[in-house]
Design a protein around this ligand. Structure first.
Ligand code: LUZ
Ligand code: MOS
Length: 757
């Protein structure tokens, strides 16, 4: 197929404004607008909540508090610790307390101003280490270990320790959260939701309304971005509108404005961590210990699972005989932090890289020397028990080394830095290794529903949610390849819980694999029925080899004149079932949470990035000159989409590491509450040269058509930008006391250049 025929079918509609999102749905007559009244203190006891004045405002139909919830006032996905609407206490600024349902959005907004709440303030904690000292944990602390670090450290030639901090990250999906609910017959409700997890919304709404799940239908056309922010946190918006629609029997719509979304929703979990690294005289890493203090916010949300992935990825792509890593999920008075592309993996890897950098500086060798020497290879036993297979860590590194030998990059930079007094360059290498599968084994399954219509057109439904990542295109390619027909014959339907039930969220980079394999199961079922029809139509023997290609039936490797449409017509006339339901559950994976050992991942994705930057040492400003990557796509089914995912991930990772600074004050108020105070990468922040090379490999058997998952891993290349900048600062001011504290904002660069050391 030509590259053009593989262009994302959604792209033209996106860029011409034709794609529709929740807020674009035609509004039904009688629709109510819902606005959320949220807490303005981060921790407090609700002494009095007075809604009488607000309820009398023009256009207001009803004000909802926790008293109006027919089912359970509970939305916690993993741990039941989060009310939909605060009852006695509030635990973060932005926590929903009441809902206004009014005839217009303006009337709802006006009524919000008339709600009176009196609070008795309680102590506010925003720092995870302080929460930990107070014993405030969201879930049980976890430790993964391998070997015996205690005795191993005693034998090490070199031992270094330190602290590393990584910040939060606002998802900033282009489309904010939101949902639209319509009451339907039989005590039911239909919800159009901007969610990565249609089933999560369905389950939460059923719980809040006190109805069974079959009364709740969730439909998702596409998302204007999710990035993890809509894996769990779309559920409350679905529940708000469902509650109003169910109680008042009128359609209800809620779309928060950008500042409301930023204030009320959680972000990437910030982490504060301690590390200890031990090396032998030959710079082999012998032992590694880390303790992670995860800032979970006021409720568990997905933090316990994120914390687990931090532990899985704590040693990045390095082979280390003795590892002990511990993580604490700390409860603070911030909005519940949540999934964000990488899901705790980036936070774990950042600390590992800080430890290596710390060792390299003190040993006076390039970090790249330690990194390269310690890359894992096949047969390595990860600290969680899985044995590495198809490990491309060394292949990716070496392929990049061929393009840019580490020695010459470093010597060119040294030459530049000697020649320039007020400009300094820095470089860093960033290898990655990311496990593909939900770490919760039970979530690794998917379903699909395929209809071939009597005219030969095909309708495909899966549990995959399109959020700009191009999964719909990949699903179409799967069906087109198995049926041997053109993409134009296939329509991707919305993701809908009544067509495809019990979905896992579109997350964990696993969506195309899981849903694509379920879809291929369904397509193969139909194809095998069609092959029987084709044999009899062609008077071929029972064992004759039939294939479908270029919209024709092929017999023993030769095209016949039986076309796809004629074949479908014959099958229909012969009353053959032209629909199928597919299912897939990742084989071979297992994990024992009590021992912390098993084989949790279908496979791993590898790669290496080189980042080069230039710092303006008078201003503290900088540019990223180059990011060059060798990435392990496996055998990509759509190189254009995969490269787009890679580029987007890298820029998003650079944003997290260098410029995006989520700031709360001591009262737990979000200071970076709009795009004027929260800086995300723009076109000028994109590396001046961004080159991504595909590693030549066979691909992984458990990936869809051996095309490896690509959603999250590339984000972690962005970590290289932090260390490249840090190296440039230290080239100017070798005694700088600059710490391992991300993001490396221009402010931190500037103070790093001129601190007392
Ligand atoms: N979500 C989840 C995820 O529930 N489990 C995971 O392991 C995961 N990994 C990455 C992103 N989202
Ligand atoms: Mo995600 S962090 O794959 O929702």
């Amino acid at each position: 197929m030509t590259t053009h025929s593989l262009a994302n079918i959604e792209a033209a509609a996106h860029v011409s404004g034709k794609s529709t999102y929740v807020d674009d749905l035609p509004v039904m007559e009688g629709t109510l607008w819902v606005k959320v009244f949220d807490a303005r203190v981060a921790h407090g006891h609700i002494r009095r909540l007075d809604i009488t004045a607000a309820a009398q405002m023009d256009g207001v139909v009803k004000i909802f508090t926790h008293h109006d919830i027919p089912g359970e006032n509970q939305i916690g996905g993993i741990i039941p610790d989060e009310p939909l609407l605060a009852a006695e206490e509030v635990h973060f600024q932005g926590q929903p307390i009441a809902l206004v349902a009014a005839e217009t959005e303006e009337q709802a907004a006006a009524a919000l101003e008339k709600i009176v709440v009196e609070m008795d303030p309680l102590p506010v904690i925003t720092d995870p280490r302080e929460a930990f000292r107070n014993g405030q944990l969201l879930s049980a602390s976890r430790t993964f270990s391998k070997g015996d670090t205690a005795t191993a450290f005693a034998s090490c030639a070199h031992v270094f320790e330190g602290q590393a901090e990584s910040g939060g990250q606002e998802h900033l999906y282009l489309e904010t959260q939101g949902a639209y609910a319509v009451p339907t017959e039989h005590d039911s409700v239909r919800i159009f939701s901007s969610t990565q997890g249609p089933t999560a919304v369905q389950r939460t709404v059923a719980r809040v309304l006190g109805v069974s799940m079959n009364r709740v239908e969730v439909d998702v056309a596409r998302l204007g971005g999710g990035f993890g922010g809509k894996e769990d946190q779309a559920s409350s918006w679905g529940a708000f509108v469902a509650l109003v629609a169910y109680v008042l029997k009128r359609p209800a719509k809620c779309i928060p404005h950008r500042m409301e979304d930023m204030r009320m929703t959680g972000k990437r979990n910030p982490y504060s961590s301690d590390f200890r690294i031990g090396l032998d005289a030959d710079f082999r890493i012998v032992a590694y210990e880390a303790t992670f203090y995860q800032n979970g916010g006021a409720a568990a949300d997905l933090s316990p699972a994120i914390l687990e992935r931090t532990l899985f990825h704590a040693a990045n792509s390095y082979a280390i005989p003795h590892v002990q890593v511990t993580a604490h999920s700390c409860k603070t008075n911030l909005p519940p932090n949540t999934a964000f592309r990488g899901f705790g993996g980036p936070q774990g890897k950042f600390v590992m890289e800080a430890a290596i950098d710390c060792a390299a500086r003190q040993l006076g060798v390039p970090a790249a020397l330690i990194q390269e020497k310690n890359l894992l290879s096949d047969g390595y036993e990860f600290h969680y028990g899985q044995i590495a297979a198809g490990a491309e860590a060394r292949n990716c590194w070496q392929a990049l080394e061929k393009k840019h030998p580490c020695k010459s990059v470093l010597s060119e930079i040294e030459t530049f830095n000697t020649a320039h007094r007020w400009k300094k360059k820095g470089a860093a290498w960033m290898p990655i290794c990311f496990g593909i599968s939900f770490t919760n084994t039970m979530m690794n399954h998917a379903r699909a529903l395929v209809h071939v219509y009597s005219d030969g057109s095909v309708g495909v439904s899966t549990g995959a949610v399109e959020m700009g990542q191009g999964v719909n295109m990949k699903m179409m390619q799967v069906a087109a390849r198995i049926f041997g027909i053109s993409l134009q014959r296939i329509k991707l339907e919305t993701t809908n819980t009544t067509r495809v039930a019990n979905t896992s969220p579109s997350a964990a980079s696993a969506t195309a694999d899981l849903n694509g394999k379920a879809l291929s199961d369904a397509c193969f079922q139909i194809r095998s029925r069609l092959e029987t029809i084709a044999r009899s139509a062609l008077n071929a023997s029972e064992n004759a080899a039939i294939s479908l290609q270029d919209e024709q039936v092929w017999l023993e490797g030769k095209a016949t004149d039986l076309s796809w449409t004629a074949l479908i017509q014959q099958a229909f006339v012969q009353r053959v079932n032209l629909s199928a339901k597919g299912h897939y559950a990742t084989p071979q994976i297992h994990f024992d949470k009590t021992t912390g050992k098993g084989h949790p991942f279908a496979y791993h994705v590898y790669g290496t990035a080189l980042t080069v930057c230039t710092v303006d040492c008078l201003r503290g400003t900088y540019s990223i000159d180059l990011v060059e990557v060798v990435h392990d796509y496996g055998n990509s089914i759509n190189p254009g989409i995969d490269q787009g995912q890679c580029e987007g991930g890298i820029v998003q990772g650079i944003g997290w590491m260098t410029m995006e600074e989520v700031a709360y004050n001591a009262d737990g108020r979000l200071l970076s509450n709009a795009l004027s105070t929260y800086k995300i990468p723009d076109v000028y922040a994109v590396p001046q040269t961004l080159l991504i090379h595909a590693l030549e490999t066979e691909g992984a058997e458990l990936a869809i058509f051996k095309s490896k998952a690509v959603g999250e891993p590339p984000l972690m290349y962005g970590i290289g930008a932090f260390f490249a900048l840090r190296n440039a600062v230290l080239a100017f001011h070798p005694q700088s006391s600059i710490t391992y504290s991300a993001p490396m904002t221009p402010e931190k660069v500037l103070t790093g250049l001129y601190n007392k050391g």
